[in-house]
Design a protein around this ligand. Structure first.
Ligand code: SAM
Length: 333
């Protein structure tokens, strides 16, 4: 009797099962956040080097056949790319993904909420580092606080859940607001997630060493004790808490001070068709060239498998490496 071929899965050398693909659909962004934007040193990717939606869908399907069940669409800013919602609809239509979510800066989100709701993308991560419109402009370069805020309120009213607000804790910039941002969880059912600043962006490091999670925690615990929330199956790296009586949640993402590499289940596809197995390593694998050479899905699967086999055990930003990580905007966070 013929033996059934063994099903290939994305498992790395450290026995981590990779089931989460983060797809950056563009390197373009309508904001210039001081901690993210690469500044003038970097050129935008030429249009022809950016994967078409059809190419992304094909690669996603190849990933799904290897065990990818969870996808996050990010950027750049996903909504600056034309046809983002149509793409999301096709992604949902592929069936077999248990979780599809989106990370956005929220500036263009309000116009797209009805469509997202209709197609069933209800999980949103919205980046917002301040509640002060003037400071928002200082951080992002654009006067758009009100647009983001209105989108958050509308998303909650329409029943999107969870609505997560990503706050990068910035020393000397929004550290005086961390408590106020955490207090949002008393009045709204949002998840406010504090992220340690990672060494990206043209302006990286200009505001001094990043605020580490214990310090962030100390500041927000002046409100009251943070009660741990038990972890769920599809949880990411955030440590989850809530304040007594609050409908919302607090998350702490300790990418720098206490890395969570041991549990890392992620793979990234960059807008220009490279597989990146660690956000904080510059090593990537080109899959676009093979994809555009008229290859088979089996060969593409081999590229995924080889990239994952080489996934680093952990990142090294705490011990000096890897140096220049200036292209967060094209990797997607
Ligand atoms: N444009 C979208 C947005 O703003 O959410 C998606 C792309 S953005 C690169 C994804 C996430 O990465 C955002 O939440 C952003 O705050 C975070 N991010 C960017 N640079 C960072 C840094 N240096 N340290 C920590 N988080 C960063």
């Amino acid at each position: 009797m013929l033996k059934k071929p063994e099903k290939k899965e994305l498992v790395d050398a450290y026995k981590r099962h990779i089931n989460y693909l983060r797809i950056s659909i563009t390197d373009r962004c309508n904001l210039r956040c001081i901690y993210c934007s690469p500044g003038k040193r970097f050129k935008k990717m030429p249009h022809e080097s950016i994967l078409s939606y059809e190419e992304i869908l094909r690669l996603t399907k190849v990933g799904m056949d290897l065990g990818i069940t969870k996808v996050r669409v990010t950027g750049g800013e996903p909504f600056v790319r034309k046809g983002c919602c149509e793409f999301l609809e096709k992604l949902i239509g592929m069936k077999g993904l248990s979780d599809i979510s989106l990370t956005t800066n929220g500036v263009l989100l309000k116009h797209h909420l009805a469509r997202l709701h209709k197609i069933g993308i209800l999980r949103l991560n919205i980046s917002l580092d301040t509640l002060d419109p003037a400071k928002y402009k200082e951080i992002t370069g654009i006067n758009a606080f009100n647009r983001v805020w209105e989108a958050i309120i509308s998303a909650l009213e329409m029943g999107f859940s969870p609505v997560k607000i990503n706050v990068v804790a910035l020393r000397g910039i929004n550290e005086d607001e961390l408590k106020k941002l955490a207090e949002l969880t008393f009045s709204m059912p949002v998840h406010v997630r504090f992220i340690e600043q990672m060494p990206f962006g043209g302006g990286s490091g200009r505001n001094g060493p990043s605020l580490a999670a214990p310090e962030i925690r100390r500041r927000i615990e002046t409100i009251g004790p943070l009660l741990p929330v038990s972890r769920q199956k599809n949880d990411g790296p955030a440590r989850r808490y809530r304040f007594e009586g609050a409908p919302g949640e607090i998350g702490l993402i300790t990418a720098v001070s206490q890395h969570f590499c041991k549990e890392c289940n992620r793979l990234r596809l960059t807008a220009d068709g490279r597989i990146r197995t660690c956000l904080l390593s510059n090593k990537t694998t080109d899959i676009k060239t093979l994809l555009r050479s008229g290859t088979t899905d089996e060969e593409l699967a081999e590229v995924f498998l080889a990239a994952v086999a080489d996934k680093p055990r952990r990142h090294h930003i705490c011990d000096g490496g890897p140096g220049d990580l200036s292209r967060m905007v094209s990797i997607g966070g």
